[in-house]
Design a protein around this ligand. Structure first.
Ligand code: GDP
Length: 494
């Protein structure tokens, strides 16, 4: 059933000087308006032009030619909105696209609200709400994995799962209700035993979707990554190595990274939103104090903490303070400046500060550990701090060594080593997560009612609750306000 709406128009492409700019029109008046502003080179009557064809001609305001363009006609219901849609591809200059848009508005279209084309696709039943949200996620996707996940959702990957559970739930509710209405013919004896495994299946499926949310959020929004370490440990250098360019300030003066600095970097399809914190340490400098405070907060909010140690000098109380602060958080340990120890090792440096315990006690011989100075000391110390599943990786930020190892370990840690948006649907939307959480607790309630031998009409109340909550995802049970709120976050012209 197609809703009747007025005809809307908007610039669908980015408004800047570009090769092409597209003005999109949707609604019952689209073809009339096109007829008034477009003159095809084949001189045909616009009303006779065929759907799903491309026509070349002039956009004209009266006798004035505004631009030479290509027009695409997609008649209802075979269009994005299921209404008559016309796209005018003109030259991409800012003044050209505005001039064409204004002409279309002058002939009776009204400016489209943000997301209004997609909203119509939803209201006219072409896509459901989770697919509409996938359209927005697709536009905003920041990496390849996020894009693939959005496309899977747009194709109905999530909707299909939800619809299947909802259909099965509704069938059971209908069965219970008919039995309650007609107890002589339909018996509910032992029905709880039949229903229980079904509810377990739905709960498992829901739980599975929920468990993908963290991975989904990391994919869609990026991993909130906090780099910590004492001043001069090489945090900025590591950030620069990741970014592949010199964007952060690299300096040898302690404490110059005064505030936190946020960068986003995508490597192997994983987006890291990196916060390079000020060196966390006690300081009297007011400006630096603010930065240090902020760094402490960032540690609390981070998805993962990267602790960078300077292994060219012995670990100090500053390191141990930081290590204490990050205890219990998800983290990786980066033993930086490993190139220094390597150089020392090659040169056979035997300076007192870098000597191993064996060397200081005067031992010597073939079985003595190869001299690695501070590196070995720092590594041993840090391994004691690291939990079993927390990687300790030797890197050289300066010479870009160990970055691959870091990425491999990061993937293992954040995505359990397997990220493949082709095979799994990740839940990326907080609204969907909330609905799934509620559906899951309703399923739990049904299970409890069965376990406690409650009457069957108790089952239906909770089953219907789960049914409705799942319906929120696909948009079958949403309030108009929520629909408006969701589409208002879209860009204009989509
Ligand atoms: P931050 O204060 O932790 O951000 O440290 P920086 O990144 O500013 O680095 C401090 C100093 O250590 C700079 O002189 C860097 O060039 C140097 N540095 C950083 N990483 C390495 C490394 O892997 N090897 C060596 N040899 N020097 C490094």
């Amino acid at each position: 059933m197609i809703n009747e709406f007025d005809t809307i128009a908007a610039i669908a492409t980015a408004v800047s000087n570009a090769g092409i700019g597209i003005i999109r029109i949707s609604g019952g008046e689209s073809m009339r308006i096109l007829g008034e502003v477009f003159e095809p080179y084949n001189k045909k009557e616009v009303s006779l032009l065929e759907s799903h064809r491309v026509y070349y001609g002039n956009i004209k305001d009266g006798e004035t030619v505004i631009d030479e363009c290509i027009v695409i006609i997609m008649k209802a219901p075979h269009s994005y909105t299921r209404e008559d849609v016309v796209e005018i591809d003109c030259h991409g200059g800012v003044s050209v696209v505005y001039r064409v848009l204004n002409l279309v508005l002058k002939h009776g279209a009204r400016p489209a609200e943000p997301g209004e084309f997609t909203k119509r696709a939803f209201l006219n039943g072409r896509i459901d709400l989770s697919q509409a949200e996938a359209v927005m996620d697709l536009i905003e996707s920041r990496n390849e994995l996020a894009r693939r996940n959005s496309v899977a959702q747009l194709k109905g990957g999530l909707s299909d799962k939800i619809k299947k559970i909802r259909e099965e739930v509704l069938y059971q509710v209908a069965y219970i209700e008919s039995a309650l209405d007609d107890p002589e013919h339909i018996s509910l004896d032992g029905y709880g035993d039949t229903l229980y495994p079904r509810v377990e299946e739905w709960a498992d499926e829901t739980r599975k979707m929920l468990s993908s949310y963290d991975d989904g959020r990391y994919i869609a929004e990026g991993i909130r990554t906090c780099i910590v370490g004492k001043p001069n440990a090489g945090k900025s250098s590591f950030l620069n190595a990741l970014l592949g360019e010199e964007r952060a300030i690299v300096t040898e003066i302690a404490g110059t990274t005064r505030d936190t600095l946020e960068e986003s970097v995508t490597i192997d399809g994983i987006t890291l939103n990196i916060i390079d914190t000020a060196g966390i340490r006690d300081t009297e400098d007011t400006v630096e104090k603010i930065g240090v405070e902020k760094a402490r907060r960032e540690i609390e909010n981070a998805d993962i903490i990267l602790y960078v140690a300077d292994t060219s000098v012995p670990l100090s109380s500053e390191d141990f303070d930081i290590l204490d602060q990050i205890r219990g958080r998800k983290k990786m340990f980066l033993l930086n400046k490993s190139d220094v120890s390597q150089a020392e090792s090659n040169a056979g440096n035997t300076g007192e500060a870098g000597q191993s315990k064996a060397q200081r006690s005067g031992q010597s011989g073939e079985d003595q550990p190869k001299f690695r100075g501070n590196f070995e000391q720092a590594a041993a110390c840090i391994r004691e701090y690291a939990e079993e599943d927390e990687p300790v990786i030797a890197i050289s930020a300066k010479y870009h060594q160990g970055i691959d190892d870091f990425i491999t370990e990061l993937k293992k840690m954040m995505f359990h080593g397997k990220i493949d948006a082709n095979q799994e649907m990740y839940i990326t939307n907080a609204r969907h997560k909330k609905a799934l959480d509620k559906a899951l607790s309703s399923f739990q309630c049904v299970k409890e009612s069965i376990e406690n031998g409650m009457p069957e009409d108790f089952f239906t109340i909770d089953l219907m609750n789960a049914y409705e909550k799942l319906g929120l995802i696909t948009g079958e049970a949403v309030e108009e306000d929520l629909v408006n709120e969701i589409f208002s976050r879209f860009c204009t012209g989509k």
